[in-house]
Design a binder for this molecule. Structure first.
Ligand code: MG
Length: 150
């Protein structure tokens, strides 16, 4: 059985780091911003780019990134990682969390893209995600898959 994983908030706890990076860039992230595509709540590409620069270069921000307990399962049962993060931000997050990648990683994936990809990757599997809506979508639309919200 295939195990597949979300990254931000699931394998890695980086919510506080992302939130601080946005605040230092001049934004005020609303409740529930984490895990949503930034352009759904922020109408300013310059602030978004400044946040990414801060996330990648500010030690105080980067040092807030932590591994979560689920990394132990990932180490034992590695599988594909599907993330909405860009390749640069995602690779940085993995580096700061000291997560040794043992399977393929798909960056820049929307919820819909993740669903389509999971379907291609396997008939049966378990999806791990901090996003309750994505877990609901997997349960509803992928009959052979289970979703575990973590
Ligand atoms: Mg997530």
């Amino acid at each position: 059985m295939l195990f597949a994983y979300d990254l931000d908030g699931t394998l890695v706890d980086n919510k506080a780091a992302v939130e601080l990076a946005y605040r230092l860039a001049g934004a005020n992230p609303p409740e529930g911003f984490f895990g949503k595509p930034w352009h759904t709540w922020l109408d300013n590409d310059l602030i978004h780019r400044a946040k990414t620069d801060i996330y990648l270069t500010d030690d105080a921000v980067g040092n807030m990134i932590r591994r979560r307990w689920l990394c132990k399962l990932y180490d034992a049962k590695p599988g594909p990682i599907l993330t909405g993060a860009s390749p640069v931000s995602g690779a940085f997050t993995l580096y700061k969390a000291s997560l040794e990648v043992k399977g393929p990683i798909y960056y820049g994936q929307s919820r819909e893209a993740k669903l389509a990809l999971l379907q291609k990757l396997g008939m049966v599997g378990v999806w791990f995600d901090d996003d309750p809506l994505m877990c609901e979508m997997v349960k509803r639309e992928l009959s052979g898959w289970q979703a575990v919200q973590v």
